[in-house]
Ligand binder design. Structure first.
Ligand code: G1P
Length: 324
Protein backbone atom coordinates (compact mmCIF):
# COMPACT_ATOMS: atom_id res chain seq x y z
CA UNK A 1 0.00 0.00 0.00
CA UNK A 2 1.09 3.57 -0.71
CA UNK A 3 -0.01 6.51 1.40
CA UNK A 4 -0.64 10.04 0.17
CA UNK A 5 -0.47 12.88 2.67
CA UNK A 6 -1.45 16.33 1.37
CA UNK A 7 0.32 19.00 3.45
CA UNK A 8 0.46 21.97 1.09
CA UNK A 9 -2.05 24.25 2.83
CA UNK A 10 -1.30 27.67 4.27
CA UNK A 11 -3.06 27.18 7.64
CA UNK A 12 -4.58 30.66 7.72
CA UNK A 13 -6.70 29.96 10.80
CA UNK A 14 -3.54 29.27 12.79
CA UNK A 15 -1.78 32.50 12.04
CA UNK A 16 0.51 33.96 13.36
CA UNK A 17 2.07 30.54 14.08
CA UNK A 18 1.80 29.37 10.49
CA UNK A 19 3.68 32.42 9.21
CA UNK A 20 6.88 30.65 10.25
CA UNK A 21 5.87 27.01 10.79
CA UNK A 22 3.71 24.88 8.50
CA UNK A 23 0.61 23.56 10.27
CA UNK A 24 1.74 19.88 10.32
CA UNK A 25 4.87 20.88 12.24
CA UNK A 26 3.08 22.76 15.01
CA UNK A 27 3.76 21.27 18.40
CA UNK A 28 1.01 19.46 20.30
CA UNK A 29 1.22 17.03 23.25
CA UNK A 30 4.98 16.66 23.07
CA UNK A 31 5.56 16.40 19.31
CA UNK A 32 4.56 17.92 15.98
CA UNK A 33 1.06 17.24 14.66
CA UNK A 34 2.69 15.27 11.81
CA UNK A 35 4.27 12.78 14.25
CA UNK A 36 0.85 12.01 15.70
CA UNK A 37 -0.44 11.48 12.15
CA UNK A 38 2.51 9.41 10.92
CA UNK A 39 3.19 7.08 13.84
CA UNK A 40 0.11 4.83 13.34
CA UNK A 41 0.61 4.92 9.54
CA UNK A 42 4.23 3.79 9.78
CA UNK A 43 3.07 0.71 11.75
CA UNK A 44 1.17 -0.40 8.62
CA UNK A 45 4.55 -0.52 6.82
CA UNK A 46 3.45 1.25 3.64
CA UNK A 47 5.65 0.84 0.54
CA UNK A 48 6.00 4.57 0.25
CA UNK A 49 4.54 7.76 1.68
CA UNK A 50 3.97 10.55 -0.84
CA UNK A 51 3.74 14.03 0.65
CA UNK A 52 2.14 16.77 -1.41
CA UNK A 53 3.99 19.85 -0.23
CA UNK A 54 3.53 23.52 -1.03
CA UNK A 55 3.55 26.30 1.57
CA UNK A 56 6.77 26.02 3.66
CA UNK A 57 7.20 22.61 2.09
CA UNK A 58 10.98 22.56 2.52
CA UNK A 59 10.54 22.51 6.29
CA UNK A 60 8.26 19.50 6.05
CA UNK A 61 10.64 17.65 3.73
CA UNK A 62 13.58 18.33 5.99
CA UNK A 63 11.65 17.28 9.09
CA UNK A 64 10.47 13.99 7.58
CA UNK A 65 13.91 13.15 6.19
CA UNK A 66 15.62 13.86 9.52
CA UNK A 67 13.14 12.05 11.74
CA UNK A 68 11.74 9.08 9.84
CA UNK A 69 13.27 6.27 7.84
CA UNK A 70 10.36 5.15 5.63
CA UNK A 71 10.53 5.63 1.88
CA UNK A 72 9.22 9.13 1.27
CA UNK A 73 8.55 11.08 -1.89
CA UNK A 74 7.72 14.77 -2.10
CA UNK A 75 5.50 16.17 -4.82
CA UNK A 76 5.40 19.92 -5.15
CA UNK A 77 2.00 21.58 -5.51
CA UNK A 78 2.54 25.04 -6.98
CA UNK A 79 -1.09 26.12 -7.25
CA UNK A 80 -3.34 25.59 -4.24
CA UNK A 81 -6.37 24.50 -6.26
CA UNK A 82 -7.87 22.10 -3.74
CA UNK A 83 -7.54 18.65 -2.24
CA UNK A 84 -8.63 16.88 -5.44
CA UNK A 85 -5.89 18.71 -7.34
CA UNK A 86 -3.30 17.73 -4.69
CA UNK A 87 -4.24 14.05 -4.73
CA UNK A 88 -4.27 14.06 -8.54
CA UNK A 89 -0.67 15.32 -8.50
CA UNK A 90 0.40 12.59 -6.09
CA UNK A 91 -1.34 9.86 -8.08
CA UNK A 92 0.84 10.64 -11.08
CA UNK A 93 3.53 8.84 -9.04
CA UNK A 94 1.32 5.77 -8.55
CA UNK A 95 0.39 3.24 -11.24
CA UNK A 96 -2.15 1.06 -9.51
CA UNK A 97 -2.62 -0.88 -6.29
CA UNK A 98 -3.89 0.14 -2.87
CA UNK A 99 -3.67 3.73 -1.72
CA UNK A 100 -4.61 5.40 1.53
CA UNK A 101 -5.05 9.18 1.64
CA UNK A 102 -4.65 10.89 5.01
CA UNK A 103 -4.84 14.65 5.51
CA UNK A 104 -1.71 15.99 7.19
CA UNK A 105 -3.59 17.48 10.12
CA UNK A 106 -5.96 14.56 10.71
CA UNK A 107 -5.16 12.94 14.02
CA UNK A 108 -7.59 10.08 14.44
CA UNK A 109 -7.96 7.40 17.04
CA UNK A 110 -8.93 4.17 15.33
CA UNK A 111 -7.50 0.82 14.35
CA UNK A 112 -6.01 1.66 10.92
CA UNK A 113 -5.57 -2.03 10.06
CA UNK A 114 -9.26 -2.56 10.64
CA UNK A 115 -9.94 0.59 8.60
CA UNK A 116 -8.12 -0.67 5.48
CA UNK A 117 -9.65 -4.13 5.91
CA UNK A 118 -13.22 -2.81 6.05
CA UNK A 119 -13.78 -2.91 2.31
CA UNK A 120 -12.27 -2.21 -1.10
CA UNK A 121 -13.06 1.47 -0.72
CA UNK A 122 -13.41 2.91 2.77
CA UNK A 123 -14.20 6.39 4.02
CA UNK A 124 -13.43 7.63 7.56
CA UNK A 125 -16.42 9.44 9.06
CA UNK A 126 -17.51 11.03 12.30
CA UNK A 127 -20.75 12.73 13.40
CA UNK A 128 -20.31 16.50 13.81
CA UNK A 129 -22.44 19.35 15.14
CA UNK A 130 -21.72 21.68 12.21
CA UNK A 131 -22.02 19.59 9.00
CA UNK A 132 -21.98 22.65 6.71
CA UNK A 133 -18.23 22.96 7.38
CA UNK A 134 -17.28 19.51 6.03
CA UNK A 135 -17.68 17.00 3.26
CA UNK A 136 -20.82 15.08 4.23
CA UNK A 137 -21.71 11.45 3.55
CA UNK A 138 -25.16 9.97 3.25
CA UNK A 139 -25.31 6.30 4.26
CA UNK A 140 -27.84 3.64 3.37
CA UNK A 141 -27.53 -0.07 4.19
CA UNK A 142 -23.99 0.42 5.40
CA UNK A 143 -22.92 1.94 2.11
CA UNK A 144 -22.09 5.51 1.17
CA UNK A 145 -24.76 6.60 -1.31
CA UNK A 146 -23.79 10.24 -1.75
CA UNK A 147 -21.07 12.72 -0.89
CA UNK A 148 -21.39 16.49 -0.91
CA UNK A 149 -18.66 18.99 -0.07
CA UNK A 150 -19.79 21.51 2.57
CA UNK A 151 -23.50 21.33 1.70
CA UNK A 152 -25.94 24.18 2.29
CA UNK A 153 -28.59 21.66 3.35
CA UNK A 154 -26.74 18.66 4.80
CA UNK A 155 -28.52 15.34 4.45
CA UNK A 156 -26.66 13.89 7.43
CA UNK A 157 -24.19 14.94 10.11
CA UNK A 158 -21.54 12.38 9.12
CA UNK A 159 -18.42 14.32 8.18
CA UNK A 160 -15.58 13.14 5.98
CA UNK A 161 -12.65 13.38 8.37
CA UNK A 162 -9.76 13.11 5.91
CA UNK A 163 -9.05 9.36 5.96
CA UNK A 164 -9.68 7.48 2.72
CA UNK A 165 -8.79 4.00 1.41
CA UNK A 166 -8.83 2.83 -2.20
CA UNK A 167 -8.02 -0.82 -2.86
CA UNK A 168 -6.99 0.18 -6.36
CA UNK A 169 -5.81 3.67 -7.20
CA UNK A 170 -6.91 3.33 -10.83
CA UNK A 171 -10.58 4.30 -10.36
CA UNK A 172 -9.64 7.34 -8.33
CA UNK A 173 -6.94 8.36 -10.80
CA UNK A 174 -9.43 8.26 -13.60
CA UNK A 175 -12.15 10.13 -11.69
CA UNK A 176 -9.66 12.84 -10.71
CA UNK A 177 -8.20 13.16 -14.23
CA UNK A 178 -11.70 13.73 -15.61
CA UNK A 179 -12.49 16.25 -12.87
CA UNK A 180 -9.24 18.20 -13.26
CA UNK A 181 -9.59 18.28 -17.06
CA UNK A 182 -13.21 19.47 -16.82
CA UNK A 183 -12.11 22.28 -14.48
CA UNK A 184 -15.21 21.67 -12.32
CA UNK A 185 -14.83 23.32 -8.97
CA UNK A 186 -16.95 23.38 -5.85
CA UNK A 187 -16.46 26.38 -3.58
CA UNK A 188 -13.60 27.43 -5.83
CA UNK A 189 -11.60 24.21 -5.48
CA UNK A 190 -11.12 20.90 -7.23
CA UNK A 191 -12.57 18.60 -4.61
CA UNK A 192 -11.61 15.02 -3.77
CA UNK A 193 -15.21 14.69 -2.54
CA UNK A 194 -16.50 15.41 -6.07
CA UNK A 195 -14.22 12.76 -7.60
CA UNK A 196 -15.47 10.18 -5.10
CA UNK A 197 -19.08 11.18 -5.72
CA UNK A 198 -18.44 10.50 -9.44
CA UNK A 199 -17.02 7.08 -8.50
CA UNK A 200 -20.18 6.33 -6.48
CA UNK A 201 -22.30 7.32 -9.51
CA UNK A 202 -20.22 4.81 -11.48
CA UNK A 203 -21.14 2.06 -9.02
CA UNK A 204 -18.14 2.05 -6.66
CA UNK A 205 -19.23 1.10 -3.12
CA UNK A 206 -17.52 2.98 -0.30
CA UNK A 207 -17.82 1.41 3.14
CA UNK A 208 -18.39 3.95 5.91
CA UNK A 209 -15.98 3.68 8.85
CA UNK A 210 -16.69 5.67 11.99
CA UNK A 211 -13.53 6.54 13.89
CA UNK A 212 -13.43 6.66 17.69
CA UNK A 213 -11.93 10.12 17.97
CA UNK A 214 -10.98 12.85 15.55
CA UNK A 215 -8.71 15.50 16.94
CA UNK A 216 -8.82 18.77 15.07
CA UNK A 217 -5.68 20.91 14.86
CA UNK A 218 -7.09 23.67 12.65
CA UNK A 219 -7.23 26.66 15.01
CA UNK A 220 -5.91 27.79 18.39
CA UNK A 221 -8.86 26.54 20.46
CA UNK A 222 -8.95 23.10 18.82
CA UNK A 223 -5.16 22.70 18.94
CA UNK A 224 -5.24 23.40 22.70
CA UNK A 225 -8.14 20.99 23.10
CA UNK A 226 -6.24 18.30 21.15
CA UNK A 227 -3.25 18.96 23.39
CA UNK A 228 -5.43 18.36 26.47
CA UNK A 229 -6.87 15.14 25.08
CA UNK A 230 -3.60 13.65 23.79
CA UNK A 231 -1.53 14.44 26.89
CA UNK A 232 -3.42 11.73 28.76
CA UNK A 233 -1.55 9.28 26.47
CA UNK A 234 1.64 11.03 25.50
CA UNK A 235 2.42 13.04 28.64
CA UNK A 236 5.58 12.30 30.64
CA UNK A 237 4.90 14.33 33.81
CA UNK A 238 8.45 14.35 35.24
CA UNK A 239 9.31 15.29 38.82
CA UNK A 240 11.24 18.53 38.95
CA UNK A 241 12.85 19.63 42.19
CA UNK A 242 11.71 23.04 43.36
CA UNK A 243 8.73 23.07 40.96
CA UNK A 244 5.27 21.53 41.01
CA UNK A 245 4.22 19.47 38.00
CA UNK A 246 0.47 18.77 37.77
CA UNK A 247 -0.17 15.92 35.28
CA UNK A 248 -0.83 15.41 32.51
CA UNK A 249 1.97 17.42 30.96
CA UNK A 250 4.81 16.83 28.51
CA UNK A 251 8.04 18.55 29.45
CA UNK A 252 10.93 17.91 27.09
CA UNK A 253 13.97 16.50 28.94
CA UNK A 254 15.98 19.43 27.55
CA UNK A 255 13.64 22.08 28.94
CA UNK A 256 14.72 23.84 32.13
CA UNK A 257 12.01 24.53 34.71
CA UNK A 258 12.76 26.38 37.94
CA UNK A 259 10.51 27.52 40.79
CA UNK A 260 7.30 27.10 38.74
CA UNK A 261 3.93 25.37 38.66
CA UNK A 262 3.39 23.53 35.35
CA UNK A 263 0.13 21.86 34.41
CA UNK A 264 -2.27 20.41 33.98
CA UNK A 265 -2.36 20.17 30.16
CA UNK A 266 0.93 21.80 29.26
CA UNK A 267 3.41 20.84 26.51
CA UNK A 268 6.89 22.33 26.68
CA UNK A 269 9.35 21.76 23.84
CA UNK A 270 13.13 21.40 23.99
CA UNK A 271 15.59 24.03 25.14
CA UNK A 272 12.86 26.18 26.68
CA UNK A 273 13.44 27.87 30.05
CA UNK A 274 10.66 28.62 32.50
CA UNK A 275 11.35 30.40 35.76
CA UNK A 276 9.10 31.58 38.56
CA UNK A 277 5.92 31.09 36.49
CA UNK A 278 2.54 29.36 36.59
CA UNK A 279 1.46 27.72 33.34
CA UNK A 280 -1.62 25.66 32.62
CA UNK A 281 -3.48 24.46 29.49
CA UNK A 282 -0.83 25.81 27.13
CA UNK A 283 1.59 24.81 24.40
CA UNK A 284 5.07 26.32 24.60
CA UNK A 285 7.47 25.95 21.66
CA UNK A 286 11.22 25.36 21.70
CA UNK A 287 14.02 27.67 22.72
CA UNK A 288 11.56 30.02 24.41
CA UNK A 289 12.11 31.83 27.68
CA UNK A 290 9.34 32.65 30.17
CA UNK A 291 9.85 34.27 33.55
CA UNK A 292 7.62 35.76 36.28
CA UNK A 293 4.53 35.03 34.21
CA UNK A 294 1.09 33.43 34.65
CA UNK A 295 -0.19 31.78 31.47
CA UNK A 296 -3.42 29.94 30.77
CA UNK A 297 -4.88 28.76 27.45
CA UNK A 298 -1.90 30.07 25.53
CA UNK A 299 -0.11 29.10 22.37
CA UNK A 300 3.47 30.31 22.41
CA UNK A 301 5.81 29.60 19.49
CA UNK A 302 9.57 28.99 19.23
CA UNK A 303 12.25 31.43 20.33
CA UNK A 304 9.87 33.71 22.21
CA UNK A 305 10.84 35.73 25.28
CA UNK A 306 8.16 36.62 27.85
CA UNK A 307 8.80 38.53 31.03
CA UNK A 308 6.19 39.87 33.43
CA UNK A 309 2.60 38.98 34.13
CA UNK A 310 -0.31 38.26 31.81
CA UNK A 311 -2.91 35.54 31.45
CA UNK A 312 -3.45 34.49 27.85
CA UNK A 313 -1.29 34.73 24.75
CA UNK A 314 -1.32 33.59 21.15
CA UNK A 315 2.16 34.44 20.04
CA UNK A 316 4.53 33.00 17.48
CA UNK A 317 8.19 32.66 16.61
CA UNK A 318 10.94 35.04 17.71
CA UNK A 319 8.65 37.49 19.56
CA UNK A 320 9.44 39.29 22.76
CA UNK A 321 6.84 40.30 25.36
CA UNK A 322 7.90 42.31 28.39
CA UNK A 323 5.15 43.24 30.86
CA UNK A 324 7.49 44.51 33.55
C1 G1P B 1 -11.33 18.83 3.55
C2 G1P B 1 -12.28 17.97 2.73
C3 G1P B 1 -13.60 17.79 3.47
C4 G1P B 1 -13.34 17.22 4.84
C5 G1P B 1 -12.34 18.09 5.60
C6 G1P B 1 -11.93 17.45 6.91
O1 G1P B 1 -11.86 20.13 3.64
O2 G1P B 1 -12.48 18.58 1.47
O3 G1P B 1 -14.42 16.91 2.73
O4 G1P B 1 -14.57 17.14 5.56
O5 G1P B 1 -11.14 18.30 4.84
O6 G1P B 1 -11.13 18.33 7.67
P1 G1P B 1 -10.99 21.42 4.11
O7 G1P B 1 -10.93 21.36 5.61
O8 G1P B 1 -9.65 21.28 3.47
O9 G1P B 1 -11.75 22.61 3.63
Amino acid sequence: MKVIIPVAGVGTRLRPHTYSTPKPLLYVAGKPVLDHVLEPIVKLEPKEIIFVVGYLGDQIKEYVENNFSFKARFVHQKELLGLGFAVDLALREVNSGPVMVVLGDTIVKCDLKQFVNSGDYVLGLMPVDDPKRFGIAEIRDNRVVSLVEKPENPRSNLAIIGLYYFNDALNLKEALRILVKSGKKTRGEIQLTDAMEAMIMDGVAFAPFEVDQWLDCGKKETLLDTNRRLLHETGNSPRIEGSLVVPPVYIDPNAKITNSVIGPYVSIAKDTKIDNSIIKSSIIGENTSIENTVLDNSLVGDAVTIRGDKKSLNISGASEVDFT
